[in-house]
Design a protein around this ligand. Structure first.
Ligand code: HEC
Ligand code: HEC
Ligand code: HEC
Ligand code: HEC
Ligand code: HEC
Ligand code: HEC
Ligand code: HEC
Ligand code: HEC
Ligand code: HEC
Length: 401
């Protein structure tokens, strides 16, 4: 029997009213007595003019609290203490036929206020509001799209330049043969390891598709190359493979009804704080010149740590099994070192017993020996001017055996 609503609810409501009022009051107070740090009385400003005064808000303070870092020690608590699952608006964010319980909005004020009262009430508007709000004010609750779903977020000004604090931990080996539904029933009479390879490779395309495919189009290049391009590199279509950018595939199995672990609210099993990106074979200036602006493509390129020019859609590559170059059984998706494709994967075709057999690696090594300034441009962008790695010399020596 309950005569009163649960006290916690009342308290929460009361606190949020206080906060809302507090924000409004702080805005008004700011408008009335604006005192600079060196004691000079400034004329009052209209509340809705957010133009920062250089005297009142020095650069250091404007920059601080404008970006939310998950790596901050105090922020490393249970994800769910800020990200309540599912978000209130999950049915509105996606259309009715594609909506599923998901995390689609920012944490609310009560996730921050206990520690950041000061930041919530200082500044006009306080810098911290702009993490979530587009035009913060005491009566304006309009927000940037949340980072999920990316299909919407990536088109917003905030999404275009966003970088994630996380990488995903996805164990391929326990998934690749359950993600496709088309497992043959005659399993018993087929060699088990052969079956595994065939079925596993069918699954890859569920999560990895060729981005910006050339298909039947006669235009090979991503954008028109300069007329004097010669042998220099210019991005071609179908270079990159996509990876999942959200929960749509994962939550078909990992949902509250199925009971499969991890549950959708168990964020930290799938998301791990990202290590700094190791050196990649990438040049941001060249990417800008070519006109690559889409975040999914830039993210793939920025994390290419083996061969920045390798193109998946090229016919001689596309007809190979993915396992020629990728060993998913040893792939740890949140460890960049395990994602490297070894140079011996390019054997036979680009690495040959002698240069006369046509191997481009043999040719480039010869050129480099003749001319220390020679750039290796076939497989590389920024790596092409560096010293030749031992693994390359060894690969050529072994191809000759
Ligand atoms: C103290 C509150 C808080 C905690 C705890 C927290 N988050 Fe967040 N999270 C936020 C806020 C605020 C944003 C929005 C930041 C932005 O858009 O700049 C966010 C955004 C995100 C994003 C999208 C942005 C990105 O960096 O990719 C992911 C993913 C995310 N959180 C996952 C997690 C996971 C996983 C955990 C637990 C390991 C976690 N969060 C814990 C507050 C929190
Ligand atoms: C448990 C206490 C706690 C909670 C809850 C918390 N923070 Fe923090 N936050 C800290 C501490 C401690 C720091 C580091 C000291 C500082 O800069 O104030 C910090 C730093 C920050 C910074 C400054 C980063 C920088 O260096 O520029 C931002 C922005 C921030 N928090 C935003 C938020 C937001 C938004 C929320 C709610 C979604 C939140 N915090 C929740 C304790 C907390
Ligand atoms: C971590 C993200 C985040 C930060 C930081 C943040 N807000 Fe909000 N704000 C929200 C969300 C989410 C809602 C919607 C709450 C809901 O639907 O219950 C909201 C709602 C509001 C509303 C509508 C009234 C209300 O309280 O529900 C106002 C006004 C508002 N915010 C202003 C601000 C101002 C001003 C600041 C800075 C002092 C700020 N917010 C900081 C996420 C944020
Ligand atoms: C259920 C979805 C799913 C399936 C099926 C799947 N993957 Fe993945 N794969 C992922 C996710 C998630 C990542 C991590 C992506 C990231 O880091 O953003 C990943 C990462 C990768 C990477 C590393 C990408 C990089 O950024 O360097 C390779 C290579 C890869 N997968 C190959 C394969 C191959 C080959 C198959 C088939 C045998 C396969 N995957 C099947 C979801 C899947
Ligand atoms: C001939 C070798 C080769 C084959 C075959 C191959 N890949 Fe790749 N793949 C690469 C290289 C090289 C990279 C770049 C790795 C790097 O630099 O970090 C790459 C990168 C990737 C990435 C990360 C995104 C990107 O494009 O950088 C994914 C995902 C991926 N491959 C999936 C696949 C899948 C799925 C297949 C089979 C359909 C496949 N690959 C076949 C060589 C290959
Ligand atoms: C076809 C169904 C299916 C899909 C789709 C799927 N999973 Fe799983 N996943 C499973 C099953 C089954 C397990 C094993 C559960 C268990 O042992 O209780 C699992 C386990 C996991 C684990 C835990 C592994 C461990 O060591 O405990 C992680 C992490 C995970 N999945 C992440 C993902 C991510 C990320 C995606 C989307 C890219 C995804 N899964 C898509 C079925 C699926
Ligand atoms: C079963 C694994 C799984 C669980 C559980 C999970 N996620 Fe994710 N999440 C993913 C994958 C895979 C992606 C897409 C790849 C990526 O973003 O790197 C993703 C993407 C996101 C994104 C888009 C952000 C971005 O920068 O790409 C946000 C935000 C997010 N997750 C937040 C959360 C939060 C918060 C929780 C817990 C309430 C959660 N996720 C639970 C697997 C999971
Ligand atoms: C057929 C393609 C191919 C050619 C040609 C090629 N490389 Fe590489 N290179 C790779 C691959 C694949 C990797 C990543 C795997 C590895 O490190 O073995 C790599 C890695 C590298 C790295 C990074 C090594 C590290 O330790 O992280 C450097 C530097 C490099 N190559 C320089 C060169 C130079 C200089 C040349 C010209 C003499 C050259 N490469 C020619 C394919 C090639
Ligand atoms: C089965 C043979 C084969 C393998 C293995 C192979 N390639 Fe190729 N690749 C070719 C052929 C054939 C061409 C077209 C002729 C040429 O450009 O050399 C080509 C072209 C290329 C091109 C130019 C593509 C274009 O569209 O301009 C690059 C870059 C390349 N390969 C990199 C690699 C790297 C890196 C590896 C190893 C990770 C690799 N290839 C493995 C056969 C192969």
């Amino acid at each position: 029997m309950r005569f009163f609503p649960p006290t916690s609810r009342v308290t929460v409501k009361f606190v949020s009213i206080l906060i809302a009022l507090g924000i409004a009051v702080s805005f008004l107070l700011k408008a009335e007595s604006v005192m600079s740090s060196n004691g000079i009385q400034l004329p009052p400003r209209i509340v809705s003019t957010p133009t920062p005064s250089p005297v009142l808000r020095p650069q250091v303070r404007t920059r601080k609290y404008s970006e939310f870092p998950h790596s901050q020690k105090a922020h490393q608590m249970a994800c769910i203490s800020c990200h309540k699952f599912p978000s209130d608006n999950w049915k509105k964010v996606r259309s009715a036929d594609s909506a599923f319980p998901d995390i689609t909005d920012y944490p609310k004020h009560d996730s921050c206020i206990s520690c950041h009262k000061q930041q919530f009430f200082s500044g006009r508007p306080p810098a911290i509001c702009s993490i979530c709000h587009t035009n913060p004010g005491p009566r304006n609750s309009s927000r940037h799209p949340f980072a999920n779903p990316r299909e919407i977020f990536d088109r917003s000004p905030k999404g275009k330049i966003a970088e994630s604090d996380f990488s995903v931990a996805f164990p391929h080996s326990i998934h690749v043969d359950i993600v496709t539904g088309s497992r043959p029933s005659k399993a018993g009479i087929i060699n088990a390891s052969f079956l595994r390879t065939v079925v596993a490779e069918e699954s890859c395309v569920v999560c990895h598709k060729t981005l910006n495919s050339q298909g039947d189009s006669p235009d090979e290049y991503f954008s028109p190359p300069p007329k004097d391009i010669g042998d220099a590199f210019w991005l071609k279509k179908g270079t990159f493979k996509s990876s999942p950018i959200g929960h749509t595939t994962c939550f078909t199995c990992h949902n509250a009804d199925s009971g499969m672990t991890p549950a959708p609210s168990d964020c930290a099993t799938c998301h791990k704080l990202r290590e700094p990106i190791i050196q990649a074979d990438f040049d941001p200036k060249l990417a800008a010149k070519i006109g690559v602006t889409e975040r999914v493509m830039l993210d793939a390129w920025k994390t290419r740590t083996s061969a920045g020019t390798f193109r998946h859609e090229w016919m001689s590559h596309a007809e190979l099994s993915c396992s020629t170059c990728h060993d998913v059984s040893s792939l740890v998706t949140n460890d960049q070192n395990t994602k490297k494709v070894v140079v011996t994967s390019c054997n036979m075709c680009h690495i040959t017993p002698t240069t006369a057999d046509g191997g481009v690696l043999n040719y480039e090594i010869d050129q480099r020996k003749k001319n220390p300034g020679f750039q290796c441009v076939k497989c590389h962008i920024s790596f092409g001017g560096k010293p030749i790695p031992e693994a390359h010399i060894k690969a050529v020596a072994e191809a000759g055996k």
